[in-house]
Write a protein that binds this ligand. Structure first.
Ligand code: ZN
Length: 133
């Protein structure tokens, strides 16, 4: 069921709302960025995110193919979401589930998790080991 969640960075400068259906699954990936940031995320359509404060606090980081914009708060360094666009998914946001202030641990644990082998650019495959992600 789709719900509207309220998210923020650590210092609270960046605030947003996101419409997310956690039953559609969440994602963990072993790529160099997700692994270091422990980025447990949900993908949503670009139209499902609304900034409510702090757009001017976001700093953008890109690496590798530079197709994904990783946004982090320039004050506290927390990454609330990334944004990208692919032929398959269209324009999307990858929401950092840890930044959702009204998502309970129980609801997060009830959501299905899919794993991607981003480290080897085999996004459609599950990595051999996922317990550390
Ligand atoms: Zn912040």
């Amino acid at each position: 069921m789709e719900q509207t969640f309220h998210g923020s960075c650590h210092c609270g400068a960046v605030r947003f709302e996101a419409d997310i259906d956690l039953d559609q699954g969440t994602s963990k990936c072993n790529c160099s960025s997700c692994a270091k940031g422990r980025f447990w995320k949900a993908f949503i359509d670009a139209s499902a995110l609304r900034m409510t404060a702090g757009s001017d606090h976001l700093t953008e980081y890109r690496f590798g193919g530079k197709t994904i914009a990783h946004f982090f708060c320039r004050t506290c360094g927390v990454k609330p979401f990334g944004r990208g666009e692919t032929a398959n998914m269209g324009a999307f946001y990858a929401i950092n589930l840890a930044c959702l202030d009204d998502l309970t641990p129980e609801a997060l644990l009830a959501a299905p998790v899919e794993y991607q082998d981003g480290r080897h650019d085999h996004w459609e495959n599950q990595p051999a080991e996922v317990r550390h992600l």
